[in-house]
Design a protein around this ligand. Structure first.
Ligand SMILES: [Zn+2]
Length: 255
């Protein structure tokens, strides 16, 4: 295994206790925000500040974990009146909460710096399911590697070896390759989200992790990278996969 690959293993597996504590804290803040939003009683300024702060903090965490190389990856949160997302050309570890892009509900740029060119994908995901509150797109190393494999099952691309991705996201779907930000990918992503997929590989590219909140989406993104790493590291070894009945039991436990 090369140095880069080993670094990916270490980064993907270390500090999970700290990470879970951060996610738990943010979960509480986001649950309050989502509750206010659903009741239509959210102060727009407070909502915006909370979303900007969550995006900026998570951008730093994903970068520190090695899941967002260079200026790759983008994050967004649904607001009452649109979408807040990361700008184009800025590393997720160097985000400024006052310099994020605001889009309307249809994904059109309204204010702030120019959004990521993949914002069309985020908008399509929000349009597909009103329960979606946050979207994370990453070129995480193992996820990107698995996305380049030929013959992936389009509705179950990474076999279940441990319970966690199954519990948090269910089966991993795949969107066929298209140029970044293409309308074709947006339509495919929307259809998969409408079918209930929350962890989606984009062929020869990366992934989408999708949740009711940014914490939930982050949790899926971390588990997806871990599952992709296991899938590659165990390649050719006599793996005991979770059986169909074990997977069904896990899904029933969280539904
Ligand atoms: Zn991308």
């Amino acid at each position: 295994m090369g140095r880069c690959s080993q670094r990916g293993v270490d980064d993907a597996t270390r500090g999970s206790g700290d990470r879970d504590r951060c996610l738990d804290r943010r979960d509480a803040d986001e649950a309050e925000l989502a509750s206010k939003r659903s009741q239509g009683g959210c102060d727009g300024g407070a909502e915006l500040d909370q979303a900007a702060s969550s995006i900026t903090t998570l951008g730093g965490e994903l970068t520190a974990a090695g899941l967002s190389p260079g200026t790759t990856g983008n994050l967004s949160v649904r607001l009452t009146d649109g979408i807040l997302c990361t700008p184009t050309g800025v590393a997720l570890g160097a985000l400024d909460p006052a310099r994020l892009s605001r889009l309307d509900r249809d994904g059109h740029h309204r204010s702030g710096p120019r959004p990521t060119k993949e914002s069309v994908l985020h908008a399509a995901i929000y349009a597909a399911d009103p329960s979606i509150g946050a979207v994370i797109h990453l070129h995480a190393p193992y996820v990107a590697a698995v996305s380049c494999l030929a013959g992936l099952d389009p509705y179950d691309a990474i076999p279940a070896m441990t319970p966690y991705l199954t519990m948090r996201a269910g089966p991993v779907a795949v969107v066929p390759y298209a140029a970044p930000g293409s309308a074709r990918s947006a339509a495919k992503l929307g259809a998969l989200v409408a079918r209930g997929h929350r962890a989606i590989l984009m062929a020869n590219h990366g992934c989408m992790a999708i949740g009711g909140s940014l914490s939930q989406a982050a949790s899926i993104a971390y588990e997806l990278e871990q599952a992709a790493m296991l899938h590659l590291v165990m390649w050719g070894l006599p793996v005991r996969r979770l059986s169909a009945s074990e997977v069904s039991e896990l899904r029933r436990a969280v539904s």
